[in-house]
Design a protein around this ligand. Structure first.
Ligand SMILES: Nc1ncnc2c1ncn2[C@@H]1O[C@H](COP(=O)(O)OP(=O)(O)O)[C@@H](O)[C@H]1O
Ligand SMILES: [Mg+2]
Length: 371
């Protein structure tokens, strides 16, 4: 049987006072993978990370690291390190002493300690500031110190909880790249928590999208964009149009949905065999794949066209952002070069045909509990 670096089985956390924070969390992570957890504030990302680290007890379910059960093992005996958003650097200790601290906790001393600290100081280029204290460090240096402290114990898994949240946008971008390179060169599994979807998608080999304590989808970034599994994911990731409807049938790979715009089809992200005709579902269309045409334009076979009404137009250089409304769906925004839509002469109130290829649309079903 294959051994994963990290395996979560039906992980569940109920805090005292009966707050259900995480439920039914299943995950299998390969060695050296970069996994991002993303979701709105309060969805259970930190709680899950803390359960993996042993900083929070596990109410039920199992946690396996490299095949061994760690569900009830104390934090200092787990092969994990955690990096927090505020870094938790000890202000009265030097950079070097901060790095030594984790080794002291693990009872590593003498020459072994010195060698390990020297190695990580070199790796993260902290030599020049090894005797400085926190108040003399820049944001980027604090970030590198936090990483050094996490990595010096040679963990199997590094857990990072919004580690870039305190940095300004430019520094954040360059540290994202550094972090990704470091992870590749070390070949250590990283679990990276963020509430920023762009960060989760650019960093993660795979991304776990969470909502209200549950996993909505675990996929590679491209699949989250192109084939969302739920309406939550379709709204949270990318820019999608969602159109409500009822399942009307299926033909080949596609499912047909009865909507206020007539029948629309798309690729289902669920097993069609288990969903009855008439069930409430939604058609998800990526707005960047929608083109605007004159009302009444001829629609090719395999394409769909629905009517939209222009609400507003914003010009940003050569690009025009057209904001449209459709009946029984959410508003959408389409970006095009001005010259490509000049002949449409759009003004607020204009009607246009919105056209896309049926197979680029995804049909999502929010499960038994959806309203
Ligand atoms: N120590 C705690 N005691 C009680 N409830 C908590 C505690 N920590 C977090 N929660 C609750 O658990 C839920 C998940 O929180 P958290 O894991 O911090 O979410 P995230 O990191 O995604 O913002 C929230 O409803 C939060 O209020
Ligand atoms: Mg959090």
């Amino acid at each position: 049987m294959k051994t994963f670096d990290l395996e979560l089985k039906k992980l569940r956390k109920v805090y005292p006072g009966n707050t259900l924070a995480v439920e039914g969390f299943d995950l299998q992570v390969e060695r050296g993978e970069f996994i991002s957890f993303v979701g709105p504030s309060g969805c259970g990302k930190t709680t899950t990370l803390r359960m993996i680290a042993g900083l929070e007890s596990i109410t039920s379910g199992d946690l396996l690291i490299r095949g061994e059960n760690f569900t009830s093992v104390p934090t200092e005996q787990r092969p994990t390190s955690t990096i927090f958003q505020n870094y938790a650097i000890f202000p009265h200790m030097s950079v070097r002493e901060n790095i030594e601290f984790g080794l002291h906790v693990r009872k590593i001393t003498g020459n072994t300690l010195v060698k390990k600290v020297d190695l990580i100081i070199e790796k993260l280029e902290l030599g020049d500031i090894q005797h400085s204290k926190e108040n003399a460090l820049s944001g980027g240096q604090k970030q590198r110190l936090a990483l050094a402290r996490g990595l010096v114990t040679e963990p199997d898994i590094l857990l990072l909880d919004e580690p870039l949240g305190a940095l300004d946008a430019n520094l954040r971008k360059s540290i994202q790249e550094e972090l990704k390179q470091l992870q590749r060169s070390l070949n250590i599994t990283f679990v990276f928590v963020t509430h920023a979807q762009s960060e989760a998608l650019s960093m993660g080999d795979r991304v776990v999208v969470m909502n209200a304590g549950k996993v909505e989808q675990i996929s590679e970034p491209y699949d989250l964009y192109t084939r969302p599994k739920t309406s939550f994911v379709a709204k949270f990731i990318g820019r999608n149009i969602l159109i409500k409807g009822k399942i009307a049938g299926s033909h080949g790979e596609l499912v047909t949905v009865k909507t206020a715009h007539g029948n629309l089809s798309g690729v289902p992200s669920f097993d069609v065999a288990i969903v009855k005709s008439g069930t409430d579902i939604q058609v998800v269309v990526p707005s960047e794949l929608v083109s605007m045409k004159k009302p009444g334009s001829k629609i090719k076979s395999g394409e769909h066209g629905i009517t939209g009404k222009v609400k507003g137009l914003n010009r940003v250089g050569r690009v025009i952002h057209t904001i449209l409304e459709i009946s029984d769906g959410n508003d959408l925004q389409i970006e095009t070069y001005a010259e490509n839509i000049a002949s449409l002469n759009l003004v607020p109130g204009s009607l246009v045909d919105l056209v896309w290829e049926a197979e680029k649309a995804t049909i999502v079903w929010d499960g038994e509990n959806s309203q």
